[in-house]
Design a protein around this ligand. Structure first.
Ligand code: GTP
Ligand code: MG
Length: 360
């Protein structure tokens, strides 16, 4: 993108240059020459106002592109053991062991293997959260672990999870859970999944199936290995330097510290002190904490962190972008708020129209 002029932007969005200049004046920016390059924030603001979207492309020339850990989401039918499995996996985390327990709830955690590899698990089971994030364009998940209870077998929400993963184009690794139960029948689960069109590895496909017990803590290493193998096939890499492109996984309000957001960086590095726009909120990053609650200066790709310093509470799936100044942050946030409000009102009036038509 970088350095587009208002004339080019007008061409791309199909708007008149004068209309775009009006927007600039509205937000209190100086108009300047038609041929001055626009900053990305201004371009995004203008584009947003006219309903277009701007892709931020950072030149990766000379940038460090490094392998990164996979980000994994656990999904499956109610009561099939998603929470238990996450708890069990969390306990395999070297960091958790070292600290003698879990120090804080972050909405995400990292399991580090003795080999040095690690896996980031998102602690947001629930299909609603997954689809909400996907609907908002937050493609944070690399792999879905599909949990199926060995005694219960494939159930409606199992299939729903499969549909979500397929729609998001995210590969699945199956965890057949509760294998310790006398009524467990892993073979039946596999046949059910295959008959639903899942191409399992042992049947010549590429979906790995691992038998586990979250309660007895068996098969967890196999599951972790399967996830790392899947990640290896995907060759996950991210730009490490440069401005961060990150997403909110979870947000909450703390009485003393204000709005806190759990974030995962997709690319680049988020640095303490930076001005950010998060969804339609803004702020300056006052503190970054890792999953152990330790203060850190920066967050790199796939590392879940908690950020402090936002002026308002963002939503799961919101994007985090770094801007040059507080002024920019305020402006972009105000522009986004206006746009969201407009969309909301449009939706309501659409609904009202539809109702009217129904009544007529
Ligand atoms: P929801 O969040 O309500 O959808 O459930 P969930 O999928 O998170 O399941 P949860 O982990 O809460 O487990 C449901 C029940 O199954 C609990 O009573 C667990 O103790 C039990 N359970 C989970 N994993 C296992 C397992 O491996 N073996 C056995 N025997 N029981 C398990
Ligand atoms: Mg649960």
């Amino acid at each position: 993108f970088d350095g587009m002029t208002i004339v080019e932007l007008a061409k791309r969005t199909g708007e008149h240059v004068a209309a775009l200049q009006d927007i600039l004046i509205n937000v209190g920016e100086s108009v300047g020459s038609e041929f001055d390059p626009l900053s990305i924030d201004i371009a995004e603001l203008i584009a947003m106002e006219v309903g277009a979207s701007v892709k931020r492309i950072h030149t990766s020339e000379g940038a460090q592109i490094l392998p990164r850990p996979p980000v994994v989401t656990v999904m499956g039918h109610v009561d099939h053991g998603k929470t238990s499995l996450l708890d069990a996996l969390r306990q395999t985390s070297v960091a958790a062991k070292e600290a003698g327990g879990i120090t804080q709830h972050l909405g995400a955690f990292v399991v580090s293997m003795p080999s040095g590899a690690s896996i980031t698990f998102l602690d947001t089971p629930g299909h609603a959260a997954f689809s909400a994030m996907r609907a908002r364009g937050a493609a944070v998940t690399d792999i879905v672990v599909l949990v199926v209870a060995a005694d219960d077998g494939v159930m409606p929400q199992t299939l729903e999870a499969v549909a979500h993963a397929k729609a998001a184009n995210v590969p699945i690794v199956v965890a057949v859970n509760k294998c310790d139960k006398p009524a467990a029948n892993a073979e039946r689960v596999k046949i059910q999944l295959a008959s639903e069109g899942l191409l399992l590895e042992e049947m010549g496909g590429d979906i790995q199936v691992v038998e586990v017990s979250a309660i007895k803590k068996t098969g967890l290493d196999n599951l972790e290995e399967a996830l790392l193998l899947q990640a290896e096939l995907m060759n996950l890499k991210s730009r490490v330097d440069g401005p961060a492109q990150a997403y909110v996984v979870e947000a909450r309000l703390d009485k003393g510290r204000g709005p806190l957001a759990t974030a995962i960086v997709k690319a680049g590095t988020l640095v303490c002190g930076q001005h950010v726009v998060v969804g339609s909120e803004w702020g300056r990053i006052r503190a970054i904490r890792d999953m152990m609650g330790t203060l850190t200066e920066r967050a790199t790709p796939a590392m879940p962190v908690e950020i402090e310093g936002l002026k308002g509470l963002p939503m799961a799936g919101d994007d985090i972008i770094v801007v040059q100044s507080e002024e920019r942050a305020r402006m972009l946030s105000a522009g986004r708020k206006k746009k969201f409000e407009k969309d909301r009102l449009l939706k309501i009036s659409d609904g009202a129209e539809a109702l009217k038509e129904l009544e007529e």
